[in-house]
Design a protein. Sequence first.
Length: 406
Amino acid sequence: MSHEVDVFSEVPETEQRWLARALKSETVGGLLLMSAALIALIWANSAWANSYESLVNFKVGPESLHLNLTLNVWAADFLLAIFFFVIGCELKHEFVLGTLSNPRIAAVPIGAAFGGMFTAAAIFLAFNLGTPAQAAWGLPISTDVAFALAVLAIAGHRLPMELRSFLLTLAVVNDLGAILVIAIFYGHGFYAMWFGVAVALLFLFGALQSRKGTSLYIFVPLAIVIWYAMFRSGIHATIAGVAMGLLMRVRKTETEQESPCDKAEVTLRPFSAGFAVPAFAFLAAGVNVLGTTLGEALSDPLTLGVLCGLIIGQPIGVTFGAFLVSRFTKGTLNPALSWWDVVVVGSLASIGFTVALLIAEVSFMDDPAILVTSKFAIIFTNLVAIIVSVLAISIRSRAIGRYKTE
C-alpha cells in the first residue's frame, strides 16, 4: 500500500511562529533593500556621483592585518557574512525541525530550487559561452528571498501561507546552492594554512555547540577569528558565516526557552535584514548608466544572459523541477493549492539581487567595464522580474478571489 506525502501540507503549528517571524523580518528587509538600492542608483547618476564613488571606495581598517579595505569590500565580505550566518541558521532549523527534516517532503522545494538554478545558468551560458562574461554564470542562479517576500507581501495578501512557506524553503535551498557555487568557483587564490586554521576553529565552534556552550564571551571572539582566517584563506569570507550557522545547536535543553540557533537568528536577523543587506545593496548598486544607451546595454550578451536566465530560466526550471520530483515520487499537491501557485513561486524566484551583486563583485572586481554592465543587467532584470511577478500574483489572486465568491 502506497503512502502519499502532502508536499505542500499545512504549516505545522510548532513552526508557524518561527515562519511568521522570518517572513515579517524578510519582508521589511526587502522594502529597505529596495529603498537602499534606489537611493544608490539615483545618487550615482546625479551631480554628486563623485561623492558616492568616494564613499564606496573609502578605506578603513588596519593595514597590518590586511584589513585596510574599502567600505564596499567590508560590506561584501563582513556584513554579508552576518547575512549568510542567518541563512545558515535558517538552513539548520529547516534541516532539523522544519520542512527539510523529512527527505520526501524536502524533495520538492529542493528539486524546484535546483531546477531553477540549472536552467538559469544554462541559459546564461548559452549567451556568454566563450566570452569573458562566462565566468559570471552564477549571476542568475540565486533568488533574493527578502526582495521576493516584499513583493509577495505587497501584491499577494490573498495568497495562502503555504505558498509563502514554500517560497521561503525554496529560497533557503537556493541560497545554499549559491553559497556552494561561491565557495567553489569564486575564491581568489587559496592559502592552505589559513584555511586549515579556519577549519580547525570551526571544529572547535561545533564542539562547543554540541557541549551546550552558550557564552557570548567565547563565541563572538571565536566567530571573528574564524571569519578572519577564512578571509585570509582566499575563499570568500561569507562562507565562514554560513558554516557557523550550520553548526549552531537547534534543539534546546530543558532549561532553555530557545535554542542557541533560534536565539542567534532572532538577535541577528533584524540587523541582517535591516542594515547589513541594505548597506551592501547601497554600496554595490550605485551604477552610473548615464554614459550608456539603453539599446547598447540591452543588446549586450551579459545583459541578455542575466535577463533570460532569471525571467525565463527560473520560472521554467522551478516549475519543471517541482513537477518532475512530484511526478516520480509519492508526493502530492495540497488540494488548497494548484500548479498555478508553483508558477507564481517560479516568477518570484526570478527576483535575484543580493547574491547576484555579490557574484558580480567577485567575478569582475578587476574589470570595471564588465562590472558596470553586470550590475546594470541585475538591476534592469529585477525591475522586469518585479513587474512580471506582480502580474502573476495579481492574476492568481483574482482567480482565488473569484473562487471564494462562487
